[in-house]
Design a protein around this ligand. Structure first.
Ligand SMILES: [Zn+2]
Ligand SMILES: [Zn+2]
Length: 71
């Protein structure tokens, strides 16, 4: 209950939905990352980047797939 900042989507901070984890260990709501990747895809054609750290996103998975080490 104390980790309200555990998941913070920089794109859409209200109404956090299904959380997803990128290969660069950033968490976003599935809806927002999908919108972001769609927009990025339109602009970059084939290069998907993390909205948080700009790393190449090659994998998206459910949060919980990787156990957090910094908690
Ligand atoms: Zn979001
Ligand atoms: Zn990232």
């Amino acid at each position: 209950m104390a980790n309200k900042e555990d998941i913070n989507c920089p794109i859409y901070r209200n109404g956090f939905m299904v959380p997803v984890l990128t290969n660069c260990h950033h968490r976003f709501c599935g809806k927002c990352i999908l919108v972001w990747l769609t927009q990025t895809n339109i602009a970059e054609a084939s290069s998907l980047t993390c909205p948080n750290c700009r790393a190449s996103v090659t994998h998206l998975g459910p949060v919980g797939d990787v156990v957090g080490e910094n908690s």
